[in-house]
Design a protein around this ligand. Structure first.
Ligand SMILES: [Fe+2]
Length: 273
């Protein structure tokens, strides 16, 4: 690769995360690298060392800005509305992105702000309503973020490497995977999604149908702490006193597991929107 190509590649790399990084040190280093790249006297070795140190800093979880409660945004599409024609029309893409996805973003923000207020005032009378809104709009927002970025007018049409190996391991073959995924998608009852997921516990890929996506949480999250409130979990002892079971459950909670899970979960970093 010649110097000019390397310069272009580094510039592209820098612009890919400039809106996502909040860390001042990293921003400073990135600016420094840009200056160096415009200075003919500096060498590619210097650029490389700076880029390497930026990449190392980026690996710290604090480097990515978080999304404050009520601060979600509609991600811009990485292509034009007509880019997926003739398979998906410009009109659909425009409405789907500008109207439908935007309303999920607005609904999610509204639910998060309402829950923040509920915590501040210790008034949880509307908890069921807002938790439902949080799941419905949250799932809508997060799943659309995955959906838009998993399409492209000129993308990679078949998986390779580790993804292909895991698909073959989990579904026997790529064709079998495609058949199962398509069948699952066609037979989602009513509204919903077909979703390829990674199951960290079984270390396999799986295909799931999300009928009414809100019923299966937000789909972009990693569970850390779970309390079973099915009747079988308390009925023999507490009968219909579910609230008492919940209150007393805190006496046996062990935070070591959620903390360990959090540490692992934080390794996963996606672009915030
Ligand atoms: Fe949609």
């Amino acid at each position: 690769m010649n110097k000019e190509e390397y310069r272009m590649q580094l510039k592209e790399w820098l612009s890919s995360f400039q809106n996502v990084v909040q860390d001042e040190d990293i921003r400073q280093k990135a600016e420094n690298l840009l200056l160096k790249m415009n200075d003919e006297r500096s060498s590619e070795q210097e650029w490389y060392e700076l880029a390497e140190s930026i990449a190392a800093d980026m690996n710290q979880p604090e480097a990515l800005r978080d999304v404050a409660a009520g601060g979600h945004q509609l991600p811009p599409l990485p292509y034009r509305y007509e880019a997926l024609e003739p398979y998906i029309s410009k009109e659909i893409m425009y409405l789907h992105h500008q109207k439908h996805h935007q309303s999920y973003v607005d609904g999610l923000n509204k639910a998060e702000v309402a829950l923040k207020k509920a915590r501040r005032t210790n008034d949880f009378t509307m908890i069921k309503h807002w938790e439902r809104e949080l799941a419905f709009h949250g799932a809508g927002h997060y799943l659309h973020c995955i959906f838009w970025f998993s399409m492209s007018p000129s993308g990679k049409r078949k998986p390779t490497g580790q993804m292909l190996r895991l698909i073959e391991h989990s579904f026997d073959s790529y064709d079998a995977f495609k058949s199962q995924f398509s069948a699952a998608a066609k037979q989602v009852e009513g509204v919903g999604w077909a979703i390829l997921v990674w199951a960290p516990r079984s270390q396999r890929l799986e295909i799931l149908q999300a009928e009414r996506h809100q019923l299966l949480s937000q789909w972009d999250v990693i569970p850390l702490l779970a309390l079973d409130v099915w009747e079988h979990a308390y009925y023999l002892q507490y009968l219909n006193e579910k609230a008492q079971y919940v209150d007393r459950w805190w006496n046996v909670v062990d935070w070591r597991e959620p903390e360990a899970r959090l540490k692992q979960a934080q390794q996963v970093k996606w672009t915030p929107f």
